[in-house]
Each structure stands twice: as structure tokens, then as C-alpha cells.
Design a protein around this ligand. Structure first.
Ligand code: GLC
Length: 538
């Protein structure tokens, strides 16, 4: 493999006659973003759940694998119905993860090593135990209209019934009757996650203040959660039309076309507001804070958001449905090409292989595909996001229904939970061959560790004599740092690699000939490589 990488560099050097000026690139264009699911990264206090001190103790891992930016899924106070995405205080740390001082230490230690810190910003909803919601239930100002309340409609026997047919992303009802207030409230996700009312300027201001709080502390960027669901139409008498998708039960989100609850134009204003709030604070390096939004949509729809003030909309084309088992080289190439061809001029591409909501790439392509997939991700022009564990080729763990924690899975019952449960992709990072893979000293972590942890772990792969996924990952990250890999604010090469023959064999060949203008090898050769010379527009 080393030969392969040097070959690549050599080719690149031939073309890269100009010295790279990396200063033209912003940090989020040259960094790999590494997603940490805090519950599952490293437990420092033996309670079986990962925490901030655990992350601090492993900062050298980021240095070793060469990631320059970490994104933390929520660590804020939460009743944990949706494992942190149900926030009861946006400006503190849940005791299970540590304290605000721990977070400050993490930030300082990362910054010392030139690693940026991105946090999760969850604007769409709060926990039903958030003080705003509790006050709203009591009808207290200024919180009375902080959430989406409705009387519903009068049923035949005088009872109140829900106003429309809308469905929750997690399946089932979006309207929950509240006895105390005698009204329904809207929840796009769990009933314990009431939606904030973005038609209320006070809500907008409060959420801008959340951004101000973390920006002032020095966080480098935000990942915006569930942006699609931010607004619903005001007229709640409108039913959403059926999607007519075959085989989708009435309970399931995909049963409807979400024309009144998803991707409404008002979102633009909210994003612009967050951008302005972030820009109020100076950054150490003069680069504005980074904003990436979570958005499962077509390239046209997601790219529209680029004009609103976010830096990137996540490109989930490789994730959802993504690189499924039957997607060969050409299929992957086509998905990649869409990102490049649909991007507005001067915009920056990005790629993702997995996250805490979707099946791991090794689940879809087999464990042997880990190297190929990391090569693909890390050699494509654009910002790559790595989900923790991908660097060692971590696999999913089967979790029986009885042990299932994820509410999305539980909502679908024993019959269908495996289609929706996110537990299998959220299991503890495998650090070493010790008990519970060195993740925790507890007897039982919050989710089980994969049985293969004695061989598939960071320590073993670090010291392995043979090129391990971790070592390859590190080499690829180094490759990205090489000046030959970047030019004039853009990556020079555009390399698309895949496993071609589906046997997941390494695809670099020592004796491979690479013509000067891009080539496309046959599927069984497993590599597509295209290098662009400096006169070509990327
Ligand atoms: C986003 C998160 C997901 C969460 C949901 C509700 O999609 O990525 O984990 O369950 O929002 O907050």
C-alpha cells in the first residue's frame, strides 16, 4: 500500500508545478472532521458511559490519525430519551459527561494541538423537561408561545382530536395532548422532544444566545441538527399528501410527502441569524466559525443552503442509501460525480461515510471494505467526515430487542427494530484488547463492545507489522497534508477509488500505468483515478 501512496504522490508531484498555497484554504477545507459520539468514545469514571475527560485522555489519538477537527454529538444536560438530542439546558454539560470546566479543558487542549472543536447545535426541539417547556405548559410568559401549541379540532363527542395527519420522523404521532395546558403540542421526533416555535422572535433570540455562549467560549463551529424540521406551516389544518411509496406502513414517516413540515423556506432566515450571531465573535485565526447542517436531501436542495450562510450542507449521498452492497465502482463514481457537478461554482464539496444515525459502512460493504472506503473518503477533493471507529474498520454489533436502547428502534417493535435501531452503530470505540476493549472499567458498558475487539482495536492496529486500517488511515491523512495534494486553494487531484470486483481487495497496483489525462479503469480493476492539471477548472 505504501507503494501505492507514493505512486500517487509521485504522479501528483509531476503535475503540481506550482507550490501549494495552503493559506488560501480555510481550516475546514483542509481538515478531516472526526465525529465523536461522546457516550461511546472513552469512559473515564467507570460508569459505562463515555465522557469529556475520556475524550481529553485520548486527544493524542486525533494527533496520531491526523484529524484536525472534532465534532462532538451533544453533551448537554438531558434526560437522555434520545441520548442527548433532547436538551434540557443548552449551555451546560450533563453530569454524566462531566462539567463545563471539563469542556473548557478539552477546548484548550485541542487548540494547543491545532485541533478545532465543532459542537452539535440542536435548534429544532428541546427536552420536555427544559425549563422553557415547563413554563410554556404553565402558560407563563415569555415562554407561552415558545412551542407549537394547538387546540386541535373538536371530535364528535366533544373531545379534542389532533388537527392533521402529520407523522413523526421516528414513526407515529406528532401531536401530544397536554392535560395541564389543555392543548396539543407538536413534536417532529419523540414526544419528549417538543418542537420550538420559530415563528416567535424570542425563540430565535434565545437560540442565537446559545450560539453566542459557545462562540464566546471559543468553539470553532457548529453542526446544526435536523435543520429540515425547523419550521412547519402555520395552518395546522393542512394534511400532508400520501407518498404512495410501496410497502410503507401508515405509521412510518415515509408514508407521507412532507410538504408542510420539511424544508420550508423560512429556514433561510434562521440560518442567516445563526451566521450573524457567530460572526459577532472574533476567532483566534480570523477564519469565521464553521457551520455544517444536517440535511438528507438531493444535491439541488442541499446546495441551496450554501447561499444562506452555512459553509457546508452535509453530503450524505454515500451514506443514505449510499454505498450499499450492490453499488460497484461505477455506481460510486456516479454518486461522487453528482457532488462535483451539482455544486455551485466556488463552493466546496464534502463527503461522509457514516454517522450515529445510519448503518456503518462495514455493515453495508463488509469488514474487508474498510480500507477501500477510507481511501475513497480521504482522497476525494473536499472535506471528509469520519465517524469514530471507521479508522479501525469497526463493525456493528447485534443488539437484541430486549437490550435495545434507541427509541427509534423501540418504536418499531421486535419485528422491525433492526431496520431503525441506531444502537449497532453506536457501540464503544475499541481501544485495546483489555476488558471491554479498554473503553470502560465498568462490567457492562451502555452498549456492548464488539466480540472482535481483541484484534480490531486501536492499540493492536497501531503496532501491527502489517499495514492495518489505522495505519493506512494515518498515511492517507498525511497524504492530504502533502503540499502536492493541494494547490491554489483547491485539491489538485480527484481520485475515486473503489473495490471494483467486490472482493474488497486493495486496489493500488504497483505496476499500474496512469495516463496523463484522467482514466477510468474497468470495474474489476477497482480504481478510478483522475488528475487535473493546473489549467483545468475544478
Ligand atoms: C438528528 C440527529 C439524531 C437525532 C435527531 C433528533 O437527526 O442526528 O441523532 O435523533 O436529530 O434530534
Amino acid at each position: 500500500m505504501r507503494v501505492g501512496l507514493s505512486l500517487l504522490l509521485l504522479i501528483c508531484s509531476v503535475f503540481c508545478s506550482e507550490i501549494t498555497d495552503k493559506t488560501k484554504l480555510k481550516w475546514w477545507q483542509t481538515s478531516i472532521i472526526y465525529q465523536i459520539y461522546p457516550r461511546s468514545f472513552k469512559d473515564s469514571d467507570g460508569d459505562g458511559v463515555g465522557d469529556l475527560k475520556g475524550i481529553i485522555s485520548k486527544i493524542d489519538h486525533f494527533v496520531y490519525i491526523g484529524v484536525k477537527a472534532i465534532w462532538l454529538s451533544p453533551f448537554y444536560p438531558s434526560p437522555m430519551k434520545d441520548f442527548g438530542y433532547d436538551i434540557s439546558n443548552h449551555t451546560d454539560v450533563d453530569p454524566i459527561f462531566g462539567t463545563l470546566d471539563d469542556f473548557r479543558t478539552l477546548l484548550t487542549e485541542c487548540h494547543k494541538r491545532d485541533i478545532k472543536v465543532i459542537i452539535d447545535f440542536v435548534p429544532n426541539h428541546t427536552s420536555d423537561l427544559h425549563p422553557w417547556f415547563l413554563a410554556s405548559v404553565r402558560g407563563e410568559e415569555p415562554y407561552k408561545d415558545f412551542y407549537v401549541w394547538t387546540d386541535g379540532i373538536e371530535g364528535p363527542d366533544g373531545t379534542r382530536i389532533k388537527p392533521n395527519n402529520w407523522l413523526s420522523v421516528f414513526g407515529g404521532e406528532v401531536w401530544k395532548w397536554n392535560e395541564q395546558r389543555q392543548q396539543f403540542y407538536y413534536h417532529a421526533f419523540l414526544e419528549e422532544q417538543p418542537d420550538l416555535n420559530y415563528r416567535n422572535p424570542k425563540v430565535i433570540e434565545e437560540m442565537n444566545n446559545v450560539i453566542r455562549f459557545w462562540s464566546e467560549m471559543g468553539v470553532d463551529g457548529i453542526r446544526v441538527d435536523a435543520i429540515t424540521n425547523l419550521y412547519e406551516v402555520e395552518d395546522v389544518s393542512l394534511n400532508e399528501p400520501l407518498s404512495e411509496k410501496p410497502g410503507v406502513p401508515e405509521f412510518q414517516y415515509e408514508y407521507l410527502n412532507h410538504i408542510y413540515t420539511s424544508n420550508l423556506p423560512e429556514i433561510e432566515g434562521a440560518i442567516r441569524g445563526w451566521r450573524n450571531a457567530m460572526n459577532e465573535f472574533k476567532t483566534e485565526d480570523g477564519v469565521p466559525r464553521f457551520m455544517v447542517v444536517e440535511f438528507y436531501e438531493t444535491p439541488e436542495k442541499r446546495n441551496a443552503y450554501l447561499g444562506y450562510g452555512c459553509d457546508l450542507p452535509f453530503n450524505f449521498d454515500l451514506v443514505d442509501p449510499g454505498i450499499t452492497a450492490d453499488c460497484g465502482g461505477r455506481c460510486i463514481r456516479d454518486m461522487v460525480d453528482i457532488e462535483y457537478s451539482a455544486l455551485p461554482k466556488h463552493s466546496w464539496p464534502n463527503f461522509v461515510l457514516g454517522n450515529h444515525d445510519r448503518k456503518r459502512i462495514t455493515k453495508k460493504r463488509g469488514a474487508g471494505a474498510a480500507n477501500a472506503m477510507n481511501m475513497l473518503l480521504l482522497t476525494l477533493r473536499g472535506t471528509p467526515t469520519t465517524y469514530y471507529g471507521e479508522e479501525i474498520g469497526m463493525e456493528e454489533v447485534y443488539v437484541p430487542f430486549e437490550d435495545t436502547k434507541d427509541p427509534w428502534g423501540l418504536n418499531y417493535g421486535k419485528e422491525r427494530y433492526t431496520e431503525f435501531s441506531r444502537d449497532p452503530c453506536r457501540t464503544p470505540l475499541q481501544w485495546n484488547g483489555d476488558s471491554q476493549s479498554g473503553f470502560t472499567t465498568a462490567e457492562k458498558p451502555w452498549l456492548p463492545v464488539h466480540d472482535n475487539y481483541r484484534t480490531v482495536n486501536v492499540e493492536t492496529q497501531k503496532t501491527s507489522k502489517e499495514l492495518s486500517p489505522l495505519q493506512l488511515y494515518k498515511q492517507l491523512a498525511e497524504l492530504r497534508e502533502n503540499t502536492a495534494f493541494q494547490k491554489d486553494g483547491r485539491f489538485l487531484g480527484r481520485i475515486i477509488a473503489h473495490t471494483g470486483n467486490m472482493k474488497n481487495e486493495p486496489f493500488y497496483k504497483e505496476d499500474m500505468e496512469v495516463p496523463l489525462n484522467g482514466i477510468l479503469l474497468q470495474p474489476d480493476q477497482g480504481l478510478v483515478i483522475e488528475l487535473l492539471n493546473k489549467r483545468q477548472e475544478l
